[in-house]
Design a protein around this ligand. Structure first.
Ligand code: HEC
Ligand code: HEC
Length: 290
């Protein structure tokens, strides 16, 4: 009985197999195989072409959008330039000529010194992109302006004591924030869309340092005696990085503990902090374990 049932099942499966094979009697002819392989190849080629085309389109779009957001930032500065011209120009505009009393005894003249230091920190004279001695990305300077306005830390006190009308008021703040926030948002969207893919830790870390530290510690600016951060090799081999114990590197602990950058609003996010650590670790003699 059992045997008969088994034989019946075997027979059934044979019938099914034969009907699936159709006219080919279950055997895949060489030609069929060849055609299938060719079709696959054509499909693969199409996919490759599309991938390359997409990549090309993406790169072109990226350049276009970069130009767009920079042009927009350039244009939109006109909305607030009057405030800057009224309240900040004497120290932050390269084209501004100091009155005669600013140009005498330049070695000890505080007016001259304020302009000199002010220009190192921020020059908006030629509009956006703004520049500074440390050569930070211009958007880092927009953020610094935003912070200085929110905290009312600019213009410097010795200046507003003499010119109280040049203090930033609520109306100025409203206008500057509207401008700055919109510019910052566009640059952030750009970063998210075009620059997050396949970036290695060192690229990401360097970007953070450029954004957050260069203003004061690079390209000739050396606040607190610490400069040349743009020279990444000496930075990694210098006294602020510990090769034996990357976690204890001052370059990391100082940002983790929120001591640098000095402005609290500029503090590195946890992700940014650990990017710095991972970068130090990746260059270390004891690469990241665990
Ligand atoms: C009398 C001169 C003077 C005027 C006017 C002045 N600043 Fe400054 N500013 C300075 C000096 C000097 C520095 C650099 C020293 C410092 O950071 O304290 C500076 C630094 C800055 C920085 C960089 C701060 C940082 O964290 O890197 C920003 C941003 C700034 N100023 C914005 C402004 C804005 C906006 C105005 C107008 C509302 C303004 N300043 C008006 C003298 C001036
Ligand atoms: C607005 C200017 C400014 C920015 C931006 C800034 N720093 Fe500083 N930094 C200073 C000043 C001023 C000092 C010296 C005074 C002090 O130690 O507080 C200093 C000192 C340091 C020192 C030396 C400390 C020591 O004990 O020798 C290190 C390291 C440092 N900064 C790292 C950084 C890093 C990393 C960043 C970016 C994440 C950064 N700083 C951003 C102004 C700045």
């Amino acid at each position: 009985m059992m045997k008969a049932a088994l034989m019946f099942l075997q027979l059934l499966s044979l019938v099914i197999l034969a009907s699936c094979g159709g006219g080919k009697k279950g055997k895949l002819a060489f030609n069929d195989y060849y055609e299938t392989a060719n079709e696959l190849k054509v499909e693969q080629q199409k996919t490759n072409d599309k991938y390359l085309q997409d990549k090309k389109d993406f790169a072109i779009e990226k350049i276009k959008v970069w130009k767009e957001i920079n042009d927009e930032a350039k244009d939109s500065f006109a909305d607030v330039r009057d405030i800057f011209n009224k309240k900040c120009i004497s120290c932050h505009d390269i084209n501004f000529k100091l009155p005669f009393y600013g140009n005498i005894l330049t070695g000890i003249n505080p007016v001259h010194k304020h302009q000199e230091d002010g220009l190192k920190a921020l020059n908006f004279g030629n509009g956006f992109p703004f520049t500074a001695q440390g050569n930070p990305p211009p958007i880092a300077l927009v953020k610094a302006i935003r912070n200085s306005v929110v905290e009312r830390s600019m213009p410097i006190k010795v200046f507003t004591v003499v010119y109280p009308k040049k203090k930033i008021n609520d109306e100025d703040e409203k206008r500057i924030l509207a401008w700055a926030d919109s510019v910052i948002q566009k640059f952030q969207d750009y970063e998210t869309k075009y620059n997050t893919l396949d970036q290695k830790v060192d690229v990401r870390a360097k970007k953070i340092l450029e954004m957050k530290c260069f203003r004061c510690h690079a390209n000739g600016n050396a606040r607190g005696g610490f400069g040349s951060m743009e020279n990444y090799d000496s930075l990694l081999n210098g006294k602020y990085v510990s090769k034996d114990s990357p976690e204890d590197s001052k370059l990391f602990t100082i940002v983790r503990d929120g001591k640098m950058p000095p402005n609290k609003q500029d503090k590195l996010s946890a992700e940014e902090q650990y990017t710095i650590r991972d970068w130090i670790q990746s260059s270390s003699v004891h690469p990241l374990e665990k």
